[in-house]
Write a protein that binds this ligand. Structure first.
Ligand code: THU
Length: 157
């Protein structure tokens, strides 16, 4: 038997440690939370994706009275980004959330499994890692790729 181990290495940065361009992406994800449609959970999530053509596409969670019909901020952003700019590659994504008290959450929010799978598709199309920024009130987690958040992923059949 072979023992195997998967390790996730990432960085926790203070907001003022971000490069200007990354700070802008984070700010856009935070701003997008104000466009979440979350009348059921009152948990507003925003995502901002930097594309290779320089465009930043934003998305926010969209809930529905029939709960499973809604979608997360990450998927609203990535599906729109690829539908609008099919030739562009994904470079980076930032994700932010405000809790039921309306404040930005202290611990960074991480994408759900379905969003990790959806984002992975675009990372594969990009052919290189898509950097993921998970935004908390004090810290931003910088994750080196989507695949690092979805080890042993289903990628082909
Ligand atoms: N949500 C997101 O938009 N992204 C995440 O990463 C986690 C959860 C949304 C889905 C739902 O509208 C609300 O947050 C509560 O789960």
């Amino acid at each position: 038997m072979e023992h195997k181990k998967i390790v996730l290495e990432y960085e926790a940065l203070a907001h003022d440690e971000l490069f200007d361009t990354d700070a802008e992406l984070v700010k856009k994800a935070m701003g997008a939370t104000y466009r979440g449609y979350a009348p059921y959970s009152h948990f507003n999530v925003g995502a901002a994706i930097l594309l290779s053509n320089g465009v930043i596409v934003e998305g926010a969670n969209q809930e529905n009275v029939a709960y499973p019909s809604g979608t997360c901020a990450e998927r609203s952003a990535c599906f729109y980004a690829h539908a609008r700019y099919p030739e562009a590659k994904f470079e980076k994504i930032a994700i932010a959330a405000r809790g039921t008290d309306g404040e930005f959450i202290s611990e960074p929010v991480a994408p759900c499994g379905a969003c990790r799978q959806a984002l992975l598709e675009y990372e594969m199309l990009a052919g290189k890692p898509v950097m993921v920024y998970l935004v908390g009130r004090e810290k931003v987690y910088r994750i080196p790729s989507v695949i690092s958040l979805l080890p042993l992923a289903f990628t082909e059949f």
